[in-house]
Design a protein around this ligand. Structure first.
Ligand code: DON
Length: 325
């Protein structure tokens, strides 16, 4: 960081000025009271609709945070691009994509459908993410116990976040598993169609999926993960090479086309940035080669995306030329 500072070669040179603009957008979005907090489990329903946090980390380590950036939340579907990235890194894209496609589903994230090859459409929807969990469990070091595999994966997530400690919300995990009829239905449907790799232990694999959703972080932490993706897999805080650049490219491509549920097409059109939202109201957004962001606000729109998060992105690209095209 210091050497960049001395040479005045930051990727965002006028960072203070930039932060002021971010602050303006933040307050504008704060007024947005649309949307409803997820209510399918009590632990999410309890979250305040007023929480609103924005954290930014540039690829050269400049940081700006505003609002509720230290409130712990479960990362939910924001775990999907991360576990997909780990699977790509450990197994390679060819292996991973014999089990899961690259096409937007054009349907809800938990819809009971497979593509015409009888594979899940992509790793960003529940079916695809469940398959990614089974690949991580059975194909990479299958001798590891469930506990070791959980630790291994959590540690990987922590390295993406610059070696900050993640939490695990056991109440959310138990609730998710309790209310998971649709996810089990998806699992059995995929089992019927032989989607899983050999030796998959169905129950353990489903648990692993719920556990990944129940990992706990905050806005600051997730913004570092996003920045690691923006920086080709090298964490700008720890400077550790966590993921291969080719894995990151694949992750960002599918976040771009599939990361925002059934709003992905419109989001790609209007905002033009890879992003992934989660039902807790978190959004992980990447400006490739510039910065990572986390936006956190629990009220969700009809499609399941954070209302303030989406508005923030739309305002951001009106002000700055971050749209990829
Ligand atoms: O599997 C579920 O229903 C939730 N835990 C998924 C979380 C989520 O954010 C929805 N995403 N695609």
């Amino acid at each position: 960081l210091l050497s960049y500072a001395f040479r005045n070669q930051f990727i965002i040179p006028e960072f203070q000025e930039f932060s002021k603009n971010i602050e303006e957008i933040y307050w504008k979005c704060k007024e947005n009271t649309n949307g409803k907090v997820a209510s399918y489990i009590p632990q999410l329903k309890r979250m305040s609709p007023d929480y609103w946090g924005v954290s930014i980390v540039t690829i050269d380590g400049q940081r700006f945070s505003l609002g509720d950036v230290n409130i712990p939340f479960t990362i939910q579907s924001c775990s999907k691009p991360l576990s997909y990235g780990i699977a790509l890194d450990l197994l390679g894209a060819d292996v991973v994509h014999t089990y899961v496609g690259q096409e937007p589903s054009g349907r809800n994230f938990n819809e009971l459908i497979l593509d015409h090859n009888k594979k899940p459409h992509n790793p960003m929807i529940n079916a695809g993410a469940i398959i990614i969990c089974s690949l991580l469990k059975t194909m990479y070091s299958p001798e590891m116990s469930s506990a070791e595999k959980f630790d291994f994966t959590m540690n990987f997530f922590e390295r993406l976040a610059g070696n900050e400690d993640l939490g695990f919300n056991n109440a959310v995990f138990l609730s998710e598993r309790e209310c998971a009829d649709r996810n089990y239905a998806l699992g059995f449907y995929m089992k019927e169609h032989k989607c899983f790799p050999q030796h998959t232990k169905f129950g353990e694999c489903m648990d692993f999926y719920f556990q990944c959703c129940s990992l706990e972080a905050n806005c600051d932490l997730v913004s570092v993960m996003a920045a690691t993706l923006a920086n080709g897999g090298i964490c700008p805080i720890s400077e550790e090479k966590v993921l291969k650049p080719e894995s990151v490219r694949d992750v960002l491509s599918l976040m771009h086309s599939c990361g925002m549920y059934d709003y992905s097409g419109q989001f790609a059109f209007k905002v033009g940035l890879p992003a992934k939202s989660g039902v807790s109201g978190a959004m992980l957004v990447v400006v490739p080669n510039v910065m990572g962001m986390c936006l956190y606000s629990p009220p969700l729109d009809a499609l399941g995306n954070s209302c303030r998060g989406v508005q923030f992105c739309e305002e951001l690209v009106k002000k700055f030329n971050f749209h990829r095209y």
